[in-house]
Unconditional design. Structure first.
Length: 174
């Protein structure tokens, strides 16, 4: 008789524990707010061989009361309406609750994609139009680590940048 009572309790616990875990995950997910991902900087790092390398700094702000475990980020960069570069990063870091941090993604552009941009950059440097505005678009996904998080979160950011900011030049003193 005693064995049947213990077995019944174990069976109830086996049904109760998964329900409790699912309830906890649902509670966490229902209060989840999408992190804000914005562009902090774009820098041309290097031109070599058949590719150009850019550094894209993304500011990730966490409006949640739990830290966000970032597993990876992928992004695409477009300048003046032309898709230019893409890249991935594996920062493996946590953005604290109600905090923010910069995540850098290295993006690579094939030289064939850079031809029009490079021509425009060279003309701008020759004509001293370093304050000319360029439009940029950065879009991609941030992937969160762990079973309780939503997984992949898309982001998109558009704006303007000067050539001086793009190539990392120091402003001239007048």
């Amino acid at each position: 008789m005693r064995w049947h009572s213990i077995r019944r309790v174990i069976m109830r616990l086996c049904g109760f524990i998964p329900a409790l875990v699912l309830f906890g995950c649902a509670t966490l997910g229902s209060g989840f707010e999408t992190p804000h991902i914005g562009l902090a900087a774009i820098r041309l790092q290097e031109i070599k061989g058949f590719e150009s390398i850019f550094q894209v700094d993304l500011r990730v702000s966490n409006p949640n009361d739990h830290s966000l475990p970032i597993q990876g980020i992928n992004c695409d960069l477009a300048l003046n309406g032309r898709r230019l570069a893409n890249g991935v990063a594996n920062p493996e870091r946590e953005i604290p609750a109600y905090g923010s941090d910069i995540v850098t993604v290295t993006v690579f552009a094939a030289m064939i994609d850079m031809v029009g941009i490079a021509h425009h950059l060279i003309q701008g440097m020759q004509n001293d139009t370093s304050n000319e505005k360029w439009t940029y678009a950065v879009k991609g996904h941030i992937r969160l680590n762990g079973a309780v998080w939503p997984g992949k979160i898309p982001f998109s950011n558009r704006g303007e940048i000067t050539m001086e900011e793009l190539v990392g030049a120091q402003p001239r003193k007048k």
